[in-house]
Design a protein around this ligand. Structure first.
Ligand code: DC
Length: 220
């Protein structure tokens, strides 16, 4: 691995793949890791969310797979509207859009292109399994549904929204079910990924664990 490590860093092709379900802490952790390492951070969920926005805006019914694929093919991923993609409307529809194989083919190609010539931390559901099966480091984050629901509730509370815990828990469980049972690239841990259960851990503790694993890659 050390030779691979240095070759990857020097050629700008180091890939750290972070996969896991909604609320496992992927986004925050990937962002901090990328900052620490000076790598580019790519949030692949944002790509599926942006296609969903474009489809909703153009009035394409979410059941019309061909029309959604066309939308994906004409989407400019350099113009993702961060505020818009986080709305409840988009969150409620994105699982259906991301389950369409033609949408995934188009989005995965865009993601590979965004990663080209860069050392990256890429987060999503299928990074270690499909987008970059040859990633130098693969991390699979998990956390109990209860813990993920509590985190989401705290996030909403910080935005002034009060939502019952049981309701959030049910939504997360449903999203897990959709993401891991779909035919096209379901969420799954590959055998070579390191699994970290983030329940009861702080963001800093998880980042430290990943940094320790990453730094081991440099040791001859
Ligand atoms: O991580 P997120 O909540 O922003 O992801 C939004 C949706 O996109 C979620 O339903 C799972 C899907 N997704 C995916 O299928 N593959 C990815 N690599 C990233 C996200």
């Amino acid at each position: 691995m050390p030779l691979n490590y240095f070759a990857a860093i020097i050629s700008g092709s180091m890939k750290i793949a972070i996969d896991g379900p909604a609320g496992s802490g992927k986004s925050t952790i990937a962002r901090i890791l990328a900052q620490k390492l000076g790598f580019r951070h790519i949030d692949t969920g944002a790509y599926y969310r942006w296609v969903t926005c474009r489809a909703l805006d153009s009035g394409v019914p979410l059941t019309e797979a061909e029309a959604i694929i066309q939308t994906a093919e004409h989407t400019d991923f350099s113009r993702i509207d961060e505020a818009r993609i986080r709305t409840q409307e988009v969150s409620a529809s994105v699982s259906a859009v991301s389950a369409i194989p033609g949408v995934r083919r188009c989005v995965v190609a865009q993601q590979r292109q965004a990663a080209a010539q860069n050392n990256i931390v890429m987060e999503g559901r299928d990074i270690g399994s499909v987008v970059f099966p040859d990633a130098e480091l693969k991390i699979f984050l998990t956390a109990s549904v209860e813990e993920r629901a509590r985190r989401r509730q705290a996030e909403l509370a910080a935005r002034g929204e009060t939502v019952e815990l049981a309701k959030i828990q049910a939504k997360i469980a449903e999203r897990d079910r959709q993401d891991s049972t779909r035919q096209a690239s379901p969420l799954r841990k590959t055998p070579d990924a390191v699994e970290i259960d983030t329940s009861g851990l702080t963001i800093e503790q998880v980042v430290d664990k990943i940094m320790a694993i990453y730094n081991e890659m440099k040791v001859v």
